[in-house]
Design a protein around this ligand. Structure first.
Ligand code: ADP
Ligand code: NA
Length: 331
């Protein structure tokens, strides 16, 4: 994308992991070059499942540090936390009244996250996609880089915008384009290739966190689930081997090589040399971010100032837009 207003968010529920990095953060950094970017720590989304108050505040600062260390520029762009800008909650309420219950019931991520006892979940978790629509449309952002897991929520955002425009006979909200990075947008759990790598997974063994020390990275990759066959020499040979496919995809994105190229080098070999090359690549990428994050975390006051200034810049854009939406509905 270029010349667009970009919005994207990440939940401050833990240390960002490799999936967040390859599926989101890396692109957030890249597209700063040609776009106006608004990046948000979505603490209101985090609250849809229980958060210890002290941890939530701490993790918001940690994530801020990681994003800055990864290359987000808070001077040219906007970095802030969601709850600091009231426009999100105001527009989300309007969208709760625009979206239909039937639409919510189709959201597969709710089904995944809610578990067996659906009714024990918070109402917030259920209407989370409406808040996400508000996050985006409060800025009339048209470009939203997210991982593959968010595709359905983006479609819902457009459904809401269209219904709003139709019901109130206005062209107020724009069409939003998802921007789902082509290369390995979805990183899977290292211990179970059928689940995505996630902060909310209780076991840390399934994910590489951006603050993991080198030896922790090496160990997690060593212990990552694979299988007993050698790597295949063609991509087709990976189709029923979820864990192997995931590891090769991660390698291919980090090395900026196609999966075919990676298999040319490692096809016919066992996992051991491949895993050791993969650990090296991961360490090369993660160690500098980790070290820079540690430095940033030494000055919490500075991080808080960055968030506060970000919230002011974000409000300056979102408040007039949401005030107009409120007027349109008759407030
Ligand atoms: P998590 O599910 O780990 O809590 P978030 O919901 O905070 O992550 O998502 C932040 C961003 O990272 C979103 O753009 C999301 O699409 C992306 N993302 C999260 N997990 C993965 C993954 N396993 N692979 C690729 N992208 C991911
Ligand atoms: Na998520």
């Amino acid at each position: 994308p270029s010349g667009k207003r970009v919005f994207s968010g990440i939940q401050p529920t833990g240390i960002p992991h490799l999936g967040n990095y390859l599926g989101a953060i890396q692109y957030w950094v890249d597209i700063q070059q040609d776009n106006e970017c608004i990046y948000c720590l979505v603490d209101m989304h985090a609250l849809t499942v229980w958060q210890e108050p002290v941890s939530l505040r701490k993790q918001t600062l940690e994530q801020t540090a990681v994003l800055l260390a990864a290359g987000i520029d808070p001077n040219k762009h906007i970095l802030f936390n969601q709850s600091a800008v009231s426009a999100h909650a105001r527009l989300a309420w309007i969208f709760n009244c625009v979206a239909r219950i039937g639409w919510m019931n189709r959201m597969t991520q709710f089904k995944d996250k809610a578990g067996k006892n659906r009714e024990a979940n918070s109402v917030g978790l259920y209407v989370y996609p409406n808040l996400m629509a508000a996050d985006i449309l409060a800025y009339k952002a048209t470009c939203v880089p997210v991982g593959e897991d968010q595709r359905q929520h983006l479609e819902l955002t457009n459904d809401i915008a269209q219904k709003f425009n139709h019901d109130y006979k206005t062209g107020f909200f724009p069409v939003v384009e998802g921007f789902i990075p082509k290369t390995s947008a979805r990183v899977m759990n290292l211990r179970d290739g059928s689940k995505k790598m996630s902060k909310s997974d209780p076991s840390e063994q399934g994910r590489i966190e951006l603050l993991d020390e080198d030896d922790v990275i090496t160990n997690k990759i060593k212990r990552a689930k694979s299988d007993s066959e050698p790597l295949p020499s063609e991509q087709e040979g990976l189709s029923h081997r979820l864990e192997a496919l995931n590891l090769v995809s991660i390698y291919s994105v980090l090395a900026k090589q196609s999966v075919e190229q990676v298999l040319q080098d490692f096809g016919g070999k066992g996992f051991s040399p491949f895993k050791s090359a993969l650990s090296d690549l991961l360490i090369q990428k993660i160690a500098p971010i980790r070290e820079e994050t540690k430095k940033m975390l030494a000055d919490k006051q500075h991080l808080q100032t960055i968030l506060k200034q970000g919230a002011e810049k974000a409000s300056a854009i979102a408040d007039p837009i949401v005030s107009e939406a409120e007027y349109i509905v008759g407030f």
